[in-house]
Design a protein around this ligand. Structure first.
Ligand SMILES: Nc1nc2c(ncn2[C@@H]2O[C@H](COP(=O)(O)OP(=O)(O)OP(=O)(O)O)[C@@H](O)[C@H]2O)c(=O)[nH]1
Ligand SMILES: [Mg+2]
Length: 395
């Protein structure tokens, strides 16, 4: 299972445009709230330095691509319907659709840089809203969604638990199973959320505190201010100072389409692009690309690609590791060079990698070998970003 990132935010802010640019999936985009009803799922690729450059031979990825030593590692994205205040009570489309995000490892919360939309996503005129205002209520709706999952049937369970003398962690863990949360994180959240010692005193507030804690530690997120092409540099600097990533999903979409059509040469994340065949472009296309170019030059690219990479590498703290079957040639058993690139949490060990590749490989783990140094690694050896690792397993 690869990493899954949920794209959330109020209606009409530009979630689907951002999603479509990154996944190159054609989805419905519209200048009105609730364009998206059913979730969109797709795959995007984040950049990593490929060990092929150390090997001096071209790799052959099973998934994704590699260009000039830059490996593209797949990450799943899911784009859901817009959230409005009170969604947990059924406002707007409610929050049932958030269940599609149960397995998400992190969130990208999209906000509208221009501050033109009210909380329901209706256009009310430029600058009428502080763009970061939605960040608070959207976060709160996510917390309340999780709090509901925790509270559901909890009191009954607590009575049962008390009579059996069990542990609260276990009940919570059961409730949130399928949310991809590490049991260690649940124990930590239970400790820091100040759970009453007398469980009969459990109320909604306790579930909310616990949900806050779980989201903070297990499903962290970033704020992406899109439509960055519509604001000036002073406004952009202010949003950046307040912690948002300023991007233009729309311009990234233009670049991806133009690149696919063979009109420009552009590698996602580049700070610029080049036109392949100028005479082939009509005036409208030239004007559009000129606007994109101007924006990119002062924003350092559209920064759409970087936003995802920032979440994955900096906030979720992931590293990329390359499992191989032949530690000398860095191939699988069919001779494919560096076939897989796997995202792991920082601090992951050789045994974690084995289980990630295949649960069977984890169960039969004997030792690992570092493909660079040929050193033998035990199960608890902590892996590093860019490691090439062979797992030796019992037959
Ligand atoms: N200029 C500009 N317009 C954008 C950008 N991103 C989205 N838009 C426009 O904003 C409107 C809403 O975009 P969507 O991507 O459908 O927004 P959404 O958040 O998915 O909306 P819902 O599904 O209704 O919640 C559309 O008219 C888009 O063309 C951007 O980066 N720049
Ligand atoms: Mg949408």
């Amino acid at each position: 299972m690869s990493l899954l990132i949920g794209i959330i935010g109020k209606p009409n802010v530009g979630k689907s445009t951002f999603f479509s640019a990154l996944t190159e999936n054609a989805v419905e985009i519209g200048d009105y709230p609730f364009t998206t009803i059913e979730s969109n799922k797709g795959v995007t690729y984040i950049r990593a330095k490929c060990p092929e450059t150390d090997l001096g031979k071209k790799c052959k990825p099973n998934f994704g691509k590699c260009a000039n030593g830059t490996r593209l590692v797949p990450v799943e994205l899911i784009d859901v319907a817009g959230l409005v205040p009170g969604a947990h009570e059924g406002k707007g489309l409610g929050n049932k659709f958030l269940d599609d995000l149960r397995r998400a490892d992190g969130f990208i919360q999209v906000i509208d840089s221009t501050g033109s939309l009210d909380q329901n996503g209706n256009s009310v005129g430029r600058g009428k809203f502080d763009p970061l205002d939605d960040a608070e209520f959207v976060h709160r709706e996510i917390v309340l969604w999780l709090a509901n999952i925790i509270s559901d049937g909890l009191i009954r369970n607590i009575r049962k638990l008390e009579s059996e003398g069990g542990k609260i962690e276990n009940i919570i863990y059961e409730k949130v199973s399928g949310l991809g949360i590490d049991p260690k994180d649940i124990s930590a959240a239970v400790k820091s959320a100040a759970i009453p010692s007398n469980l009969k005193e459990w109320d909604e507030g306790v579930s909310v505190r616990l949900a806050e804690e779980i989201i903070r530690t297990s499903k962290p997120g970033i704020i992406v201010a899109t439509k960055g092409d519509k604001i000036d540099q002073v406004e952009a600097s202010k949003l950046k100072e307040r912690g948002a990533q300023v991007v233009s999903g729309d311009f990234e979409l233009v670049l991806r389409k133009a690149s696919k059509a063979g009109l420009i040469s552009y590698f996602p994340g580049d700070v610029s692009f080049s036109v392949i065949d100028l005479p082939k472009l009509n005036q409208a296309q030239r004007d559009a690309l000129k606007r994109v170019e101007d924006f990119m030059s002062h924003n350092g690219g559209t920064r759409t690609q970087e936003a995802v990479e920032y979440l994955v590498y900096k906030v979720l703290g992931m590293i990329v590791v390359y499992p191989v079957e032949d530690e000398n040639h860095w191939t699988d058993k069919n001779g494919n060079i560096l076939p897989d690139a796997i995202l792991l949490r920082q601090g992951s060990t050789a045994i974690d990698l084995a289980y990630k590749v295949h649960s069977d490989l984890g169960d039969r783990f004997i030792r690992a070998v570092n493909g660079r140094t040929k050193r033998i690694l035990g199960r608890d050896h902590v892996l590093e970003d860019g490691d090439v690792i062979k797992i030796v397993a019992a037959r």
